[in-house]
Write a protein that binds this ligand. Sequence first.
Ligand SMILES: *Cc1c(COP(=O)(O)O)cnc(C)c1O
Length: 242
Amino acid sequence: MPDQDERRAELAASLARVRRRIADACAAVGRPRDEVTLVAVTKTYPATDVLHLAGLGVGDVGENRDQEAAPKAAQVRAAGTEVRWHFVGQLQRNKARSVATYADLVHSVDSVRLAGALAEAAARHRESPLDVLVQVSIDGDPARGGARLGGPPDTDLDQVAEAIAVTQSLRLRGVMTVAPVDWDPGAAFERLAGIADRMRVNYPTATVVSAGMSADVESAVEYGATHVRIGSALLGNRASLR
Ligand SMILES: *Cc1c(COP(=O)(O)O)cnc(C)c1O
């Protein structure tokens, strides 16, 4: 257990660096800073870190596994702290109910079947609709998550978007991607921006573009990201590969 004063100081310093990077990236392309929301991805780090970050003004927190996120969200709430919870990881349909109870924005809806499971869970277990993004596969590699243009029906981007849009319990808010490791991130985010523009023609409320992680936040901001998901640059390198 690190000394909590020390940890808070460490997080304050890394947060200042990350905020500076975002501000500089916005300035470089003439975007207003308030167009970009920092989502602190706290996976593998404890609820105490979420509380420190919240105390430092971070209002948006991301997690990628329900088993870890559900108890962490409960601990943070029990401490009397409110943050917006972003679910950014691959989601199994049998976790839809749990995630629907604490998540404010699910970034990773990539199939018609998952949209259906989340819609049903949200209808039963929430009072307000659940905001969701379609996770897009930029390179079309079926081995990784993500819906794609012209994919098979269950994971076809347009069909996943429509499956969300027709529900009462989900709100289609936009798109998310993780840049493929073997791609230039700028090329990946430029392609995502095109997909986001195309989606907004049919669904005007789909204004969120979730792109950019610790290594490629500048490039994501250049290509229009509205939400950047930052883990290691804020919290430190994770012990295990996730
Ligand atoms: C872990 C994770 C992040 C944060 O990655 P860093 O490289 O640590 O900034 C962002 N998005 C998703 C989907 C993740 O799983």
